[in-house]
Write a protein that binds this ligand. Structure first.
Ligand SMILES: *Cc1c(COP(=O)(O)O)cnc(C)c1O
Length: 422
């Protein structure tokens, strides 16, 4: 399988190369040149999630040196449960938060880390990954790369702007993961990473790389859980579910479209966004305008210019195509709060603020229809929002409790990228 850039100004590359490059040289994002068809998957003989992942992903690594390692990579990366749980009449919830940092980003980050480690050891190379984080992404990346050979990670977070639990998840690793508390904002952290990359001498000497959500190695594994969930739903009820996805940079949504393109039994894909309405407004007006983000309770979705839009535009090049493929609704903070309370009162199930956007969309637009809402994080990660609403504490899942018990270590620096390499 070859991957071309969404901007079409770069020669196509194989999976390993696309993963190591992250962004294509022309500034575009890598997309597969074709989609394999799932029709021939031996579902009856597949006994674990990791095995399904291997079967779904193998065609994407056809002809690539990583193919011979792929089964092992899947076993290593997907070593936690992926429950699909009955939730309401005809609706199920896909819980993607049982990985080490209790959010779906573990799927992509762990797969990417396992791929990168093997590519580097085949090439005899070393790498330094820089991540600026406002909270969640850095935690998933740090957790995924902890202990990986040939890779050092430097995580930058803004002083006083991440929650105590988030900070713990960034700073508890030691070893090859170094955490830096930057005296500045998240934008300062991002600027420092950019400046380090632009410092060519430094960038070459340290073989700098990123692990952000536009990397092909994070997106591909996310399409597996849509195949998995839609197949189970279809197998149980004989109906294709609509999948409702809490969205920010729309990486998760893009992965769902890729699963759909492979033939996964999905009726429709619906996006739930918070008050960052860029996509909703685009579908209404037909004119796409990225903008600055606004802060909401679903803060991992506070994105005004979704980075994966470029991949969706390559699938659906016209506004008509986009409208027929995609529905999106914006959910206010007030509606997020209301939904968390309603669901808890009705069933005792506790939603995180991100998942609450999807459930709001389901209640308002898909009640009684075959649907799967995607739960992107465990509510214990957002206890300061959730606990006052439901009037009780949220149990911390065991994997998160383990992290919260570890010793925290970080360096405090001014907002100057050179201090990262001092
Ligand atoms: C990152 C994140 C999202 C948004 O996912 P995208 O792929 O960026 O659309 C939603 N919920 C949570 C909890 C996240 O961490």
């Amino acid at each position: 399988m070859q991957y071309s850039s969404t901007r079409n100004n770069t020669k196509a590359v194989g999976a390993s190369e696309a993963i190591m490059q992250g962004l294509a040289p022309d500034g575009g994002l890598y997309i597969p040149q074709s989609f394999p068809n799932l029709a021939h998957l031996p579902y009856g003989e597949i006994s674990s999630y990791a095995e399904l992942a291997f079967e779904v992903l193998a065609p994407f690594f056809e002809g690539d040196p990583l193919l011979s390692d792929l089964a092992e990579i899947c076993v290593e990366a997907f070593n936690f449960p992926v429950p699909l749980t009955p939730f309401a009449n005809k609706a199920m919830v896909l819980e993607l938060f049982w990985g080490p940092t209790a959010a779906f980003k573990d799927f992509g980050a762990r797969f990417l880390a396992s791929c990168m480690q093997r590519i580097l050891s085949k090439r005899g190379e070393q790498l330094t990954i820089l991540v600026a984080t406002s909270g969640d992404t850095g935690g998933a990346v740090a957790a995924a790369f902890a202990g990986k050979q040939n890779i050092n990670v430097k995580v930058l977070f803004p002083k006083g702007r991440v929650s105590a639990r988030q900070q713990q998840q960034l700073t508890c690793w030691g070893g090859n993961i170094e955490a830096y508390e930057v005296d500045g904002s998240f934008d300062d952290c991002q600027r420092m990473v950019k400046e380090a990359f632009m410092d060519t001498g430094l960038s070459m000497a340290h073989n700098l790389s990123s692990a952000n959500s536009i990397n092909l190695g994070r997106l591909l594994p996310q399409s597996v859980y849509y195949v998995y969930a839609s197949q189970i739903y279809y197998g149980s009820f004989g109906k294709r579910p609509t999948i409702i996805i809490p969205s920010g940079n729309v990486g998760n949504a893009t992965a769902a479209y890729w699963a759909h393109a492979m033939g996964a039994p999905i009726e429709r894909i619906a996006l739930a966004v918070n008050e960052n309405r860029t996509i909703v407004d685009y579908l209404t007006s037909g004119t796409y305008e990225g903008r600055a983000s606004v802060q909401t309770l679903a803060n991992a979705m506070d994105v005004g210019a979704p980075s994966n839009m470029e991949r969706l535009f390559s699938l659906f090049p016209t506004i008509e195509a986009m409208r027929s493929a995609l529905s999106a609704w914006s959910v206010s903070d007030e509606a997020i709060r209301k939904t968390i309370v309603e669901v808890y009162k009705e069933s005792g199930y506790i939603l995180c603020p991100h998942t609450a956007t999807a459930e709001r969309v389901r209640r308002d637009h898909f009640t009684g229809q075959d649907a799967i809402i995607v739960s992107t994080a465990h509510p214990a990660k957002f206890e300061e929002t959730v606990e006052p609403l439901i009037g009780t504490t949220v149990d911390v899942p065991p994997q998160l409790a383990d992290l919260l018990d570890k010793k925290s270590e970080y360096r405090s620096i001014n907002a100057d990228y050179r201090l990262l390499f001092g």
